[in-house]
Ligand binder design. Structure first.
Ligand code: GLC
Length: 389
């Protein structure tokens, strides 16, 4: 990651003779002020950060099939979120952030809670349960300082994927019980500290196949709303993110799992219906109820054996490109949150972070560790993209 930025800087310096290369992409000339009632994605394009660009360009260079290679190159121009998934990634944040110009919004994922990924193994994080102080001082505080120093750049922040949803449905697990107070206090702290006028925050809400079950709507909305209120109901919160690193369709009728025997217990059979039913529950619980929905890998449906299958789903394709043109008042934007081509988890059953979901029949094998580049999966995402590249 660091080297990507470095080579970019060197490239620009070496090209002194070519003013067009040097043209600095400018932040806004005044501080950005996103009001809570506005859609921050309207009139702004999701920034295509150079971390993902470097990954994709390296992947494209490995492709001998020229049509696949040129399609791959086009992926580099698609906006994605930058995941700050360890303390060490923070030192790259400001460089990437400052690439964004005034017509753009920079997407960042806050993802380093103590005891992370309490109901699974593949994305267990670096901070142990009990290390909330480190989360605050070594993770959130430095991120907040960088944002404070860059008030002229619009930022969309997704707060801690899967964390609060796990407390709603997986609290029978000791690991999630142990993580619970750190998750609640950590998310509240993040919301308080990142409460800047140029930030729009979305608390992660899983997906329709998770908190969308009829019995989960109210407790789910109340769990999220309680943390929002504990943070002092900060104005940065616009609502929630859904389908992050997920596979659900935005709109599909009947939904992929609607005709299952238990389909009757879940009215949120696609993400659009999730914005409706969970959105209503959020409103009742007192949390802003706008959504951003990850469409990075949902181009192909009908691939999963079970709704909860989440690991490198075989046959997946890139989905709808980021846009604020969602046709829905509830959905501020379709966004690419999961950088398509980064793995969800290793299929190596001897690895410490091996999760059995990554060994299921519908999971692509072999697959590398979560977050690392998965060339074969990336190629399939392009081949199966819908819309096509
Ligand atoms: C997974 C990984 C994380 C990575 C993210 C995006 O959650 O655990 O490290 O940043 O996916 O690929």
């Amino acid at each position: 990651m660091k080297s990507a930025i470095l080579s970019l800087t060197l490239g620009a310096t070496a090209a002194l003779a070519a003013p067009s290369v040097l043209k600095k992409r400018a932040a806004c000339d005044a501080p950005v002020n996103i009001t809570q009632s506005e859609n921050p994605f309207e009139g702004r394009t999701l920034h295509a950060n150079s971390k993902y660009r470097a990954e994709v360009e390296a992947a494209a260079a490995n492709l001998t099939d020229s049509s696949l290679a040129s399609a791959a190159a086009a992926v580099a121009d698609v906006g994605t979120f930058l995941w700050l998934d360890t303390i060490s990634t923070i030192e790259t944040f400001e460089g990437y952030l400052q690439e964004a110009d005034c017509s753009e919004i920079f997407g960042v994922v806050i993802y380093d809670l103590p005891g992370r990924d309490c109901a699974a193994k593949a994305s267990n994080g670096e901070l142990a349960v009990g290390e909330l102080d480190r989360y605050k001082s070594e993770y959130i505080d430095p991120i907040a300082a960088i944002i404070a120093a860059n008030p002229n750049i619009a930022i969309a922040a997704i707060i801690e994927p899967d964390s609060l949803p796990n407390l709603v449905t997986n609290i029978d697990l000791t690991t999630c019980q142990d993580s619970a107070s750190g998750y609640r206090d950590g998310v509240a702290y993040a919301l308080e500290q990142l409460n800047f006028p140029n930030v729009a925050a979305y608390i992660d809400a899983g997906h329709g196949g998770w908190l969308g079950w009829n019995d989960n709507l109210k407790p789910g909305a109340e769990e999220l709303a309680a943390v929002y209120k504990a943070a002092g109901s900060p104005a940065i919160v616009h609502g929630v993110s859904s389908n992050v690193a997920g596979w659900n369709a935005w709109s599909k009728n009947p939904g992929e799992f609607e005709n299952d025997p238990d389909g009757q217990y879940n009215t949120s059979q696609d993400e659009e219906r999730y914005t409706q039913y969970f959105g209503d529950a959020l409103e009742a619980a007192g949390l802003p109820n706008h959504f951003i929905v990850d469409t990075s890998r949902n181009g192909v449906q009908g691939l999963r054996e079970e709704w909860g299958d989440w690991c490198n789903v075989k046959g997946a394709g890139f989905g709808v490109r980021p846009t604020s043109d969602t046709g829905s008042d509830r959905a501020d934007a379709f966004v690419w949150v999961k950088p398509g081509g980064e793995s969800d988890g290793t299929s190596d059953s001897s690895a410490v972070r091996y999760d059995s979901f990554c060994g299921k029949e519908d999971a692509f094998k072999p697959s590398p560790e979560a977050g690392t580049w998965h060339q074969a999966f990336f190629e399939d995402l392009i081949k199966n993209a819908n819309p096509a590249f």
